[in-house]
Write a protein that binds this ligand. Structure first.
Ligand code: FE
Length: 203
């Protein structure tokens, strides 16, 4: 049986073991509760891809910006005042009705972190890294994403110098929204290609 992509008990690396040990001490001393830890994790995960969401919302709103973004990701970020980070190239992968991109780093866990925020555990895990190249549709299904058979799934293996960001499809019904409203629809998963943006409320 293949390994799930979201293993809560994935092999813990050295740093994670230390963080968990510290967390346990603080909880035992009554300085914080596990619920507070979870609440903070969820808060960070919900908001820290804001910069990536802004980039996507601008690309959805401004076709000229989108072209510049696709041509040279890092210089387009500068237009929005976003510091891209210390890697050579940002490649933005545009999803269309025919092609859906998924990002993985098979060697480690490279991401454009100023855009995507805290790197999700599943992205760092061996299960995702080993399986998504071989059986992308099965992996996407585990994330709850079922793509039509006529959509080509392209899995892009990123690396330390070439970081990748998915430009997801603009959701149907989002035509009249402002850029800020559009940014609210952009989920972290959609920036990796393992999910889609949220649909606008009422659409
Ligand atoms: Fe990597």
């Amino acid at each position: 049986m293949s390994q799930p992509v979201n293993p809560a008990d994935a092999d813990l690396d050295y740093l994670r073991k230390h963080v968990l040990a510290l967390q346990n001490v603080l909880i035992r001393k009554g300085l914080l509760t596990y619920a507070e830890v979870l609440q903070e994790v969820h808060r960070l995960e919900a908001v820290d891809h804001d910069a990536g969401a802004r980039v996507v919302a601008r690309a959805w709103s401004d076709p000229a910006f989108k072209q510049r973004l696709l041509a040279n990701g890092k210089s387009a970020l500068e237009e929005l005042g976003i510091e891209p980070g210390s890697y050579e190239r940002l490649e933005v992968l545009e999803n269309t009705d025919r092609v859906h991109h998924v990002v993985v780093c098979t060697t480690c866990s490279c991401v454009p972190s100023p855009l995507t925020g805290t790197t999700p555990d599943w992205y760092k895990g061996a299960a995702y890294r080993s399986r998504v190249m071989q059986e992308p549709r099965a992996v996407l299904r585990e994330f709850g994403l079922e793509l039509p058979e006529d959509v080509e799934v392209r899995v892009i293996d990123t690396d330390v110098n070439r970081r990748c960001l998915v430009l997801p499809l603009k959701p149907p019904g989002a035509g009249g929204l402002t850029e800020d409203q559009l940014a609210q629809l952009v989920t972290r998963d959609s920036l990796f290609g393992v999910g889609q943006p949220a649909g606008p409320v009422g659409a």
